[in-house]
Design a protein around this ligand. Structure first.
Ligand code: DGL
Length: 285
C-alpha cells in the first residue's frame, strides 16, 4: 500500500544534505524530514559510546515524527551505531556504508579500493567489512582524512587551498605519482587503488577536486547516489512509495545555530534547502 509519510534523514551536521539532495533527485514525490546534530558535530573524533547515544537521541526525534523509513545519512553513525539503532526502532533504517561499498566493488577493476572517512569510521572497519562481504578478494585501504570536514563546513570546496588540502589528505593512498592517473602509483601501504570511495558525507562536495587529484583513470565513488538507489528499492519492495497525490513537504531541523545551518546549507547547496528550523535536544543543550 502506498504511504505518504515522510522519510527521515539524520546526520551529524550539514553533510548528510548530500544524501538528501540525491534522494530528492531520485525520488521527487517523497516528503522528507532532515535532522542535523550541528550542536555536537563533528562525530568523527568521538567515542563509539557517544556516537551511539547521540544518534539514538536524534532518531528518537525522527521516529516521533512518524517517518516511514530512516536514512542514517552520516557515515560515522552508520559505521558505529547502525546495529544499535536498528534494534531500537520498528521502521526500516538504511545506512550509507553498504550502498557505498557495493558501488565501489562494482567500480573497481584492479580490486583495490581506497576509502577516506572520519577517524571513527576507519576505526570501526565498517567499510572494510562491507566491501569484503561484497567481494572477499578486494583489497581495502582505509585512511582517515578528518581535516577535510571543517574545510567543507567553511564552504572551501574549490580553489587552491581546497586542492592543496585534498592532495595532502590523499597522499598516503595515492603516493607521489602523477595526478593525471596515467600511472597508478603506490602509497606507503602499497595501495595500488583504482577506486576511491568517499566514506564521509562531506566529501562529495569536494568530488571535482578529488577526481582531479586522483586522475581520470581512478573512479571516485560516493555513497550518496548509491544510498538513494538503495532507498528507492527499499520503498518499492516494502510498498512504501508515496501515492503521488500530494505535493511532498520537506523540513530540515538543526540542533545547532539556525543561522549558521542556513548559511552553510545555502553556501554549499544554493537555494535547495531554504526552510530549516531549530530543534532542541535535551542531551545537546
Ligand atoms: N557526517 C560525518 C560522516 O559522514 C562527517 C562529519 C563528522 O565528523 O561528524 O562521517
Amino acid at each position: 500500500m502506498p504511504d505518504d509519510r515522510p522519510i527521515g534523514f539524520f546526520d551529524s551536521g550539514v553533510g548528510g544534505l548530500t544524501v538528501l539532495r540525491e534522494v530528492l533527485r531520485r525520488l521527487p514525490g517523497e516528503g522528507t524530514i532532515y535532522l542535523g546534530d550541528n550542536a555536537r558535530t563533528p562525530y568523527g573524533p568521538r567515542s563509539d559510546e557517544e556516537v551511539i547515544r547521540f544518534s539514538s537521541e536524534c532518531l528518537d526525534e525522527l521516529a516521533a515524527r512518524e517517518v516511514k523509513a530512516i536514512v542514517v545519512a552520516c557515515n560515522t553513525a552508520s559505521a558505529v551505531a547502525l546495529g544499535d539503532l536498528r534494534s531500537r526502532y520498528d521502521v526500516p533504517i538504511l545506512g550509507v556504508v553498504r550502498p557505498g561499498a557495493s558501488a565501489a566493488v562494482l567500480a573497481t577493476r584492479s580490486r583495490r579500493v581506497g576509502v577516506i572517512a572520519t577517524e571513527a569510521t576507519v576505526r570501526s572497519r565498517a567499510y572494510f567489512g562491507a566491501i569484503k562481504d561484497e567481494d572477499p578478494f578486494v583489497e581495502v585501504h582505509e585512511h582517515a582524512t578528518p581535516e577535510l570536514v571543517p574545510l567543507v563546513e567553511a564552504g572551501v570546496i574549490d580553489g587552491p587551498i581546497a586542492e592543496a588540502a585534498v592532495r595532502r589528505a590523499l597522499a598516503p593512498l595515492l603516493g607521489g605519482g602523477p595526478a593525471d592517473g596515467g600511472t597508478i602509483s603506490a602509497g606507503p601501504g602499497g595501495a595500488l587503488i583504482d577506486t576511491l570511495l568517499l566514506g564521509c558525507t562531506h566529501y562529495p562536495l569536494l568530488a571535482p577536486i578529488i577526481q582531479r587529484v586522483c586522475g581520470p583513470s581512478r573512479a571516485v565513488i560516493d555513497s550518496a547516489s548509491a544510498t538513494a538507489s538503495a532507498l528507492a528499492s527499499l520503498l518499492e519492495i516494502n510498498h512504501l512509495r508515496a501515492t503521488g497525490d500530494r505535493e511532498p513537504q520537506h523540513q530540515q531541523f538543526t540542533t545547532g545555530d539556525l543561522q549558521t545551518f542556513r548559511q552553510t546549507a545555502e553556501r554549499l547547496f544554493g537555494p535547495l534547502f531554504p526552510a530549516a528550523a531549530p530543534l532542541a535536544l535535551a542531551g545537546a543543550a
